[in-house]
Design a protein around this ligand. Structure first.
Ligand code: GLA
Length: 396
């Protein structure tokens, strides 16, 4: 069996798949040969630790991207996305004409990597339907990469194991799109499972699912709807700063330093690098403490760790913004909130709150109201449970 497993489509996936199939029939008068699904992710703890070879914890969201695909006789990929109903066309033999600075850079980058890996890709008609908020920090890009990669590899009859597939999607983003992301998003989208939180060592790629037994809490996504700007450049800049800090500290990566080491050698760093390193080092410790808290079912401690993570991302790593702060303050003031932090790269996007299950509706109403009053932006708020990793929905 390719990939982790076939998805047992839930209602949401069925709905997305129906819509993708309908569009493929309408635009191209074709039935899909494969339909794939890849979820978004919520990083529970472990902000900006992945590219420092550190630790992360994440869940897959119920919100996902579905791709319906049918092969073509030529080398063209025609791709349609339900986001802005936008259409694209690129030639598999002329991928060096990109990137175009558009959403189809992700599928094109994935195709470039599959070709490099020796897959004999056919051209394809692709329809992408998604309910993962775009650019919201919950990894709509990895969901698009992974769902496209599985679909195209299936059309080519090319067997790729899940781990190399995740790495291939990361390379697509690093090399084609130009975002030097770590491995968190692609691994979460593939290896997360329901009923628990994925723990990942981003150096060794060792991973496990930590069972989350407490049914009394929900992860609630609060989307600021503030478009993220300069994410790529500011993100790559943070990454370079971490590399420089590790160099000056004399370690391979910040993963190899702890708080004591930083206290002893921190004078080698200027103030900015010291704060970047302090964030990464303390965040790695929070991930490990978070795993212990989840194992004990101690959601109060988990909530406190989320709060400490946010403060560190805001003050030491400087990846927050006014809208994220307004959203988080609204979340902290709302009923049932145990803790809240920004997720993903930052500079806009979403706050994730840990909320008592029976108070989610009340929470969402109050946060939405307060955020909108303060920023004049519309908040999108929804709860999600840990869901399944990516897979095939249908293959004919
Ligand atoms: C983005 C990147 C990830 C990770 C997060 C921050 O989502 O794609 O690799 O670095 O930011 O944790």
């Amino acid at each position: 069996m390719l990939y982790n497993h076939e998805c047992l489509p839930d209602e949401r996936t069925e709905r997305l798949a129906r819509s993708a199939r309908r569009h493929l029939e309408r635009c191209c008068e074709r039935e899909p040969v494969v339909v794939t699904r890849a979820p978004g992710r919520l990083e529970v703890l472990g902000g900006h630790t992945d590219y420092n070879e550190g630790f992360v914890t994440a869940i897959a969201t119920e919100q996902a991207t579905v791709v319906a695909a049918a092969p073509r006789d030529d080398s063209l990929v025609r791709a349609w996305s339900d986001c802005n109903e936008s259409e694209a066309e690129f030639d598999l033999r002329r991928l060096d004409e990109g990137p175009w600075g558009a959403w189809w850079d992700y599928p094109a980058g994935v195709c470039a990597q599959l070709l490099k890996a020796g897959c004999d890709l056919p051209g394809a008609d692709l329809v992408v339907v998604s309910d993962v908020p775009v650019g919201g920090g919950i990894s709509s890009s990895a969901a698009l990469e992974v769902s496209t990669a599985i679909a195209m590899a299936e059309l080519a009859g090319c067997e790729i194991e899940p781990e190399p597939l995740a790495l291939l999607c990361q390379r697509a983003e690093n090399e084609y799109v130009g975002m030097r992301c770590g491995i968190l998003d692609q691994f979460s989208s593939i290896f997360a499972r329901p009923g628990g939180v994925l723990w990942l060592d981003c150096r060794t790629l060792e991973r496990r699912i930590v069972r989350l037994s407490d049914e009394s809490v929900r992860f609630v996504v609060c989307d600021t709807n503030r478009p993220r700007e300069l994410v790529g450049s500011a993100y790559n800049e943070r990454r370079e700063q971490c590399e420089r800090a590790a160099d000056l500290l004399g370690v391979r990566a910040l993963r190899d330093a702890d708080a004591n080491y930083l206290a002893a050698h921190g004078k080698l760093l200027d103030d900015t690098l010291l704060r970047r390193a302090r964030h990464v080092i303390s965040e790695n410790a929070r991930v490990q403490a978070g795993v212990r808290a989840i194992e004990r079912g101690d959601v109060e401690t988990l909530g406190e760790l989320l709060n400490a993570s946010h403060v560190s991302l805001r003050d030491d790593y400087e990846v927050s913004c006014a809208e994220l702060e307004a959203m988080r303050n609204a979340a902290l003031a709302a009923p049932g909130c145990l803790g809240a932090r920004l997720v993903g790269a930052g500079f806009g996007g979403c706050v994730m709150a840990l909320v008592q299950a029976e108070r989610v509706d009340e929470f969402a109403a109050q946060v939405g109201h307060q955020y909108e009053a303060e920023t004049a932006l519309r908040a999108e708020i929804f709860a999600t449970r840990p869901s399944d990793g990516a897979g095939l929905v249908v293959k004919h």
